[in-house]
Design a protein around this ligand. Structure first.
Ligand code: ADP
Length: 399
């Protein structure tokens, strides 16, 4: 079955065409700056990538370009749209409605729209992608895969915030989490790597990229996660602050004369590694600068690793121990130095890296020492494959 995976952002449209049985990516690409001047379309895999400048007034036009690239010209991957069996859409916010991926119908569309209040940019973008597919490929089965659904198993003691209960009743303010598809994928792959049933394991999964989140998974069930009502909460990230004293918000409004929206922007776009270093949100730049003696880059680096370390400690307490800690995404998969700093000094609680294994590159691998009671493994994430697989399962059941 060929599944077209769509990840629509407010001004972008990412896609992959995946043959699920063969685990094969037939084509992939991204349309960027959709709806603005300077829009372009990148299509292809690795060295065969082509970049095409093209006007795209909206997601509908972007989708038309994508489908044309998939079926004609030098970028062609299939002969006709008939060869696309189903479409899987990434949707950021599924609220309390969706605890798993679902076939898209009018009711699902209406609920995604209703939930846009909780993730305004993201859910509206997903809807644009869904509508564009309906227009260009009417009747094709479509599945919504939510970033939040994996965390619908959190118990109330983990998902409630200690603010007046009426705020939960009135506004549905609670923890929903994010990156759920990634955490679900790496927990399943980790169990396969360890050759043990997921149901027998206590895992801590760390998605460390530009956005960062960490989850506690107890025998296959997510019991806590660091992102909250929105993806701003939890770990320090590239440009997001993560958890801070909430009183800072009102302090800034009062003393910097900022509006609520401006403080929101400051916390989402100007904080984290960028805010502390004053240089970049990219950890590679921060690392180089810190090695050259840039003090604020060094501080940013230390704060990032400390933020992950603190969450790992608290999730070990939540789980009552841990069998394995799993790392993924740009930093988790690639940054030997950050991994070293995160796990330094944890020998006394049974976590020890093997310095040589930590330096190795590769696919799924273990980086803990033979003596480490807790195993530490690196699993490259693959959210697109997970979306394709969910879509396959649901569409196959339709017969
Ligand atoms: P996103 O959340 O945007 O998907 P990624 O998972 O691609 O993010 O991660 C991006 C982050 O990973 C950046 O901070 C980047 O510097 C970092 N990164 C990627 N490769 C390396 C590397 N080899 N060493 C250190 N950091 C890296």
């Amino acid at each position: 079955m060929n599944v077209l995976v769509i990840n629509a952002g407010s001004s972008s449209l990412k896609y992959q065409l995946i043959n699920v049985e063969k685990h094969d990516v037939l084509a992939k690409g991204i349309c960027e700056r959709v709806g603005t001047a300077g829009a372009f379309h990148k299509h292809g895999i690795d060295d065969n990538e082509v970049v095409i400048d093209a006007e795209m007034a909206d997601h509908n036009q972007a989708m038309a370009l994508v489908l044309e690239s998939l079926t004609s010209g030098p970028t062609k991957a299939i002969d006709s749209l008939e060869e696309i069996d189903a479409i899987g859409h990434r949707v950021v916010q599924g609220g309390s409605y969706f605890d798993k991926s679902v076939l898209i119908d009018e009711d699902v569309i209406q609920k995604i729209d209703e939930l846009a209040e909780l993730a305004p940019l993201h859910n509206k973008a997903a809807l644009m992608g869904i509508h564009a597919c309906q227009q260009h490929m009417p009747g094709k089965p479509m599945v919504a895969v939510f970033d939040t659904s994996f965390f619908q198993t959190l118990p109330p003691k983990a998902y409630m915030y200690p603010i007046p209960y009426e705020m939960y009743e009135k506004h549905a303010i609670r923890k929903y989490g994010a990156h759920g598809t990634s955490h679900r994928y790496i927990s399943q792959r980790a169990a396969a790597f360890l050759d043990e049933p997921l149901e027998d394991l206590k895992l801590i999964t760390c998605h460390l990229g530009n956005g960062c989140s960490i989850s506690a998974i107890d025998h296959g069930v997510a019991v806590d996660t660091s992102m909250g009502l929105t993806p701003l909460d939890g770990l320090m990230m590239g440009t997001r602050c993560g958890s801070i004293d909430p009183a800072i918000v009102t302090y800034l409004i009062d003393h910097e004369n900022l509006t609520a929206q401006e403080v929101n922007d400051l916390m989402n776009k100007k904080s984290g590694l960028l805010g502390i270093s004053g240089l970049s949100n990219d950890l590679r730049t921060i690392r180089t600068a810190s090695e050259e003696g840039h003090e604020r880059a060094q501080l940013a680096y230390e704060m990032y690793s400390n933020s992950v370390k603190k969450f790992i400690g608290s999730y070990i307490a939540v789980l009552g121990g841990v069998d394995a800690i799993v790392l993924t995404a740009g930093v988790g998969e690639n940054c030997e130095k950050m991994r070293r700093m995160i796990f330094s000094g944890l020998n006394s609680i049974g976590i020890e890296l093997d310095p040589e294994k930590n330096k190795e590159r590769g696919y799924e691998r273990e980086i803990s020492s033979d003596d480490s009671r807790v195993r530490v493994i690196v699993i490259p994430t693959n959210e697109e494959y997970m979306i394709a697989r969910d879509t396959y399962r649901i569409v196959e059941q339709l017969g």
